[in-house]
Every structure is written in structure tokens, then in C-alpha cells.
Design a binder for this molecule. Sequence first.
Ligand code: ZN
Ligand code: ZN
Length: 80
Amino acid sequence: MTTFVTFARLILFLENKRMSEENAEYAPEVCCHCGGIGCMYCNKKGTVMVPQPAQKCRHCDGDCCIYCGYTGWERPLKEY
Ligand SMILES: [Zn+2]
Ligand SMILES: [Zn+2]
């Protein structure tokens, strides 16, 4: 579990770094698939980084589909 926390922090760190580098305006939005509990699609964080202004996925309108990576948001930042 400690390893996972460390890993999550590393991801966040890299995320912030990438954000500032690209100067993109991303903000965390509650994952539509799990409603914030955390699931495999949001990296168990309950939120996904979405370009602002955040828009619901135009394919499923927030119902989750393959186009939004099952997060319900338009162009969510992928974290792998
Ligand atoms: Zn989720
Ligand atoms: Zn969708």
C-alpha cells in the first residue's frame, strides 16, 4: 500500500510537470464511472484531469464509453 501511495505521488508530480510544460489548463473532475470512489479508469483516484472548461464526453454525455476512457469526460488526461 505504501508503494502505491508513493507511486501515486510520483504520477501527480509528473502530471504537474507535464501540465506546466504544455501550459494546458487541466483540472481534476470527479470520475463519472465511479462517482469519486476510485476505479481502474481513474487510477483509483476518483478524479480525472480534464482540459478546462471541462466538458462531458460528446459520445456518451457522461455515461462512460470507450471514447472517454470510461471516465465520462471529453479528452481526459491518460495516466499510464
Ligand atoms: Zn473512477
Ligand atoms: Zn464517453
